[in-house]
Design a protein around this ligand. Sequence first.
Ligand SMILES: N[C@@H](CCC(=O)N[C@@H](CS)C(=O)NCC(=O)O)C(=O)O
Length: 257
Amino acid sequence: MSHQVSASHHPFQHGVLYDYHRSSACYRVRIALHLLDIPYQKVSVNLLESEQTAAGFINPMHAVPFWQDEHIGLSQSLAIIEYLNESVSEDDGASLLPDDRQQRAQCRALAQIVACDIHPLNNLRVLKYLAAVNASSDDANTATSRSPLDLTDSSCSTNRGALTNRSNKPMIDRQHWYHHWLAAGFNAYEANLSDTLFSCGDVPTLADVCLIPQLYNARRFAFSLDSYPKIQAIETRCLQLPAFINAQPEVAAEQSA
Ligand SMILES: N[C@@H](CCC(=O)N[C@@H](CS)C(=O)NCC(=O)O)C(=O)O
């Protein structure tokens, strides 16, 4: 499997990625674009300023990434990556998926551990919703208000790791929640790995494209990766490759500045 694509065979004239540098779903697409050597332009969408929620935003799901080219407008990172992959593979045989059918299925399964079983549960709107539910159960009793993102409220007390509000109702702690779903997913991911250089063989694939951004998020939330030696070894290898380095949030932020 090769990731080299000749410059004359780019499948799109006008590929545009609606992107936020810290979004891990966008980070996946940026890695894939670099691995497939597809040139593109970016439209920055600032999630912290809720630009994705604007009426008429290009993605009715109000999320990034979103891909637009002369043929299609497309949401969902995995759909975008498979579309990009197929568009390039048709011309050059480069692929982010293994040739072997069983390995291909296994690769998609690993990618979906991250994209379906970890990420959606730890997404910004889910964390905001948790915070709002916590706040409303407290506010109903105390008539205080707080930011929907503030889950470390001083009015919470801990009881064997569980948080309660002033009226002793259980609250969900953001860090606990985040770590719980990371551990569930990474435990399964690690258990599925064999002794190959990358997640599915000896070249990077769709699985690695999903894994690396999730590891970036895990570190942001102070999640220990000590229990995952194979995952860590794969991360080290990926982060030596230009396609992964150039897609990193810090690099993407500089490019957008
Ligand atoms: N399943 C979607 C998830 C897209 C998604 O939720 N993106 C996040 C950033 S990683 C987002 O835009 N969140 C905005 C929000 O939650 O308000 C995908 O894989 O593209």
